[in-house]
Unconditional design. Structure first.
Length: 209
């Protein structure tokens, strides 16, 4: 199943792309996701832990992802798989992303293609997952925006011109330091997402009657 999400940041594309080079920053911005304390990021390989809560059930998906990026196109993909030992559930997927100018800000387009097997597969129907994706996207965008440096239009223009000049000269462009946000929520409450989806589904049934 593939789901596409879009969100807009008020920061210029160059600064947003620099933030996308910091894997730990991106993971910290995603609710429920973390990099284990005893694990190290090596090259484009990223160890991951994703926690989901469903009522009394707490699933901990542990696995590894791989990040690929195309600087020229300001796009990339993150693929990976993870397993929860308690529920014997497995998730596998790829998230493709692209950054494009939107006025003085940046529009980020994310397309996720995934499969879920095991006990939690019953919650992977399109409506529920779409509601979860929308919630994750909202929170991720808010956390990322908060972590990005504030820019005035003049500063953004100067930064863009500097980056273009350095690229033309073949000089490496320095990656600006971005303040890492506080880690997002410890886990995703899938039960609240399911209840919200169920209410919306029931309202739709009543309106159609």
């Amino acid at each position: 199943m593939e789901i596409e999400q879009r969100f807009t940041l008020s920061t210029a594309p160059d600064a947003v792309w620099q933030a996308f080079q910091d894997v730990r920053l991106l993971v910290n911005c995603l609710p429920g996701a973390s990099i284990p304390d005893d694990a190290a990021v090596e090259g484009n390989k990223v160890p991951l832990l994703f926690q989901v809560k469903l009522g009394p059930i707490a699933a901990r998906f542990k696995g590894q992802g791989e990040l690929e990026q195309d600087a020229a196109a300001r796009s990339g993909a993150f693929s990976g798989s993870a397993v929860d030992g308690k529920t014997q559930s497995r998730v596998k997927g790829v998230a493709r992303f692209a950054l494009q100018p939107d006025g003085t800000g940046t529009e980020v387009v994310v397309a996720v293609d995934y499969t879920v097997t095991g006990a939690l597969a019953q919650f992977s129907r399109e409506g529920i997952v779409r509601a979860l994706a929308e919630q994750l996207t909202r929170e991720f965008a808010a956390n990322l925006q908060a972590a990005l440096p504030a820019e005035t239009p003049m500063a953004a223009e100067v930064a863009a011109r500097t980056a273009s000049a350095e690229a033309a000269l073949g000089a490496p462009t320095a990656v600006a330091a971005v303040a890492a946000p506080a880690p997002a929520s410890a886990s995703i409450d899938l039960w609240s997402v399911f209840k919200a989806w169920l209410r919306q589904w029931w309202r739709g049934r009543k309106n159609a009657a």
